[in-house]
Design a protein around this ligand. Structure first.
Ligand SMILES: Cc1cc2nc3c(=O)[nH]c(=O)nc-3n(C[C@H](O)[C@H](O)[C@H](O)COP(=O)(O)OP(=O)(O)OC[C@H]3O[C@@H](n4cnc5c(N)ncnc54)[C@H](O)[C@@H]3O)c2cc1C
Length: 464
């Protein structure tokens, strides 16, 4: 009787099967197909690039004005070292040039951002999808991969990759003909590949299709997964005065995160927004990965964000302005003497936090401010403390912190060490950057390396 190995020895083997048609998967699939490889792109949902469509307020902040080294540095020292080969190979300028060549010119925006000139995220997604299709990539929708192993039961001893896939059409069109006996169910079967691009993303916004599927497969291979936590999410605060300031936006602002012992953990100079639950805006969201990781390690940990409401002026500068104002006739209101217009509600909150009566603000009683009162007021303007007890969670996080440990991946190729033919890139890796087009830059640049590096002559072509 024919063995399974004999039965499938002539089964079609794709040069590359890409798992996940997000930013990274679309880019890498096109890159590999342009090099003459047969590429099948399997996507779980009915569409490609769901997060691209939602990104940047549906405008898609697709990269940054920063240089490659500056952009990589924002991921932290270890990740920066890992990302340098990818960012040097595909710089932020290179990403812009690529989109321009695809018919999507880009423009600069404040805070080092780059958007498509049309301000439409859909143009970015459509261009990547068309590029892949034009290069010959076959895209199979609603085709979730359910398993990924090196050699499976139906091809024992083989070194090619075996993927379990569901979706009746997928099996009929792209699977192994006649593998019915091995089907788990009518709509599930196997697909073989010489190389696998695994780019299923993280766990953020799981209803978009990213439910962390890649982690379990990699863990089964004995690879380390840094536990995923939400990042680039809003921060929640138990302080009711913070909720009452909902709607107030601070720009400029600098936000400093401190742990329960007052140790500085991180700082971002970016706009901050008060919400009915706490703090949002890039300045707060950029700090959220630290809070989520800290609370995961110790759920009783305490955090505080100090908001510098007037970051462009030193305490001495502010003191000079208030002292000068006290000498003026007409009793100018305290707020009017500050170099930045801050809402009265916010100034009242600052006065309270500084231990001063609210009337100081309400009635503009500047001359009554004592020297120590002035000192406390200025110190609080420069570091308004907001207690933080959590984040908005995965449902609202723009990215995931954690993922496949970088030590397992060759930073020049994205191939997984010890697993020839398996490439992991994009957000599935333990990489997350701040807001500002950095995460797409990382997805595109790591995808480019994988697409360029995969062997043109299939490594295991002759194997059954
Ligand atoms: C609301 C929002 C706004 C954002 N805005 C920006 C921005 O402006 N700029 C920026 O740089 N970054 C932004 N990001 C982050 C950015 O979208 C991600 O970092 C980036 O999309 C990661 O790309 P990826 O290809 O690795 O993963 P994803 O884009 O998440 O793609 C993964 C794909 O894999 C598919 N998949 C998952 N499991 C399976 C499976 N088992 N089988 C088959 N397919 C599977 C998913 O359905 C998905 O299509 C934003 C994120 C969100 C949520």
């Amino acid at each position: 009787m024919e063995s399974n190995a004999q039965k499938y020895s002539h089964a079609p083997v794709h040069d590359v099967v890409v798992i996940g048609a997000g930013a990274a998967g679309l880019w890498a699939a096109a890159t590999a197909a342009k090099r003459g490889l047969s590429v099948l792109l399997l996507e779980k949902t009915p569409r490609t690039g769901t997060k691209i469509l939602a990104s940047g307020g549906s405008r898609c902040n697709l990269t940054t004005t920063l240089t490659a080294p500056q952009a990589a540095a924002l991921f932290g020292p270890k990740a920066a070292r890992f990302l340098r080969p990818a960012f040097d190979n595909l710089t932020p300028v290179g990403v812009r040039e690529h989109f321009a060549a695809l018919g999507v010119p880009t423009v600069e925006a404040p805070l080092e951002k780059i958007f498509p000139e049309s301000q439409r995220a859909k143009d970015v997604r459509d261009a990547l999808q068309k590029d892949a299709l034009d290069a010959g990539v076959t895209i199979a929708y609603e085709s979730p991969v359910t398993a990924l192993v090196k050699a499976c039961a139906i091809s024992p001893g083989a070194t090619r990759w075996c993927l379990g896939v569901t979706g009746r059409d997928t099996i009929a069109s792209f699977g192994v003909p006649g593998c019915g006996a091995e089907k788990v169910a009518e709509d599930s079967g196997f697909i073989f590949a010489n190389h696998v691009f695994l780019c299923t993303g993280g766990e953020s916004v799981p209803n978009s299709g990213t439910t962390g599927d890649g982690y379990a497969w990699l863990e089964k291979m004995g690879l380390q997964i840094l536990p995923p936590v939400p990042a680039l999410a809003a921060l929640t605060s138990p302080d009711s005065w913070v909720h009452e300031l909902s709607g107030i936006a601070l720009e400029p602002c600098s936000a400093k995160l401190l742990d329960g012992k007052g140790k500085r953990i991180a700082e971002r100079r970016r706009p901050v927004l008060f919400t009915h639950k706490g703090l949002s805006g890039p300045g707060a969201m950029d700090l959220s990965g630290h809070v989520a990781r800290g609370l995961q390690l110790d759920p009783s940990a305490r955090y505080t964000v100090h908001l510098d409401l007037i970051p462009d002026h030193s305490p001495e500068d502010l003191r000079g302005k208030l002292v000068d104002g006290a000498g003026q006739t007409g009793r100018p209101a305290l707020g009017a003497l500050l170099p930045v217009a801050l809402p009265r509600r916010l100034l009242a909150a600052v006065a309270l936090a500084a231990g001063l009566p609210e009337s100081i603000i309400k009635r503009g009683e500047l001359p009554n401010l004592t020297k120590s009162g002035r000192h406390d007021f200025i110190s609080t303007l420069k570091a308004l403390p907001v207690n933080i007890d959590g984040t908005g969670g995965f449902a609202h996080a723009e990215v995931t912190r954690g993922g496949l440990a970088l030590k397992h991946v060759n930073p020049r190729t994205m191939e997984v060490n010890g697993w020839p033919g398996l490439y992991v890139f994009g957000e599935l890796l333990d990489l997350d950057g701040p807001i500002g087009g950095l995460n797409f830059q990382s997805a595109f640049a790591t995808a480019q390396l994988a697409g360029e590096s995969v062997a043109v002559a299939p490594a295991h072509a002759s194997e059954g």
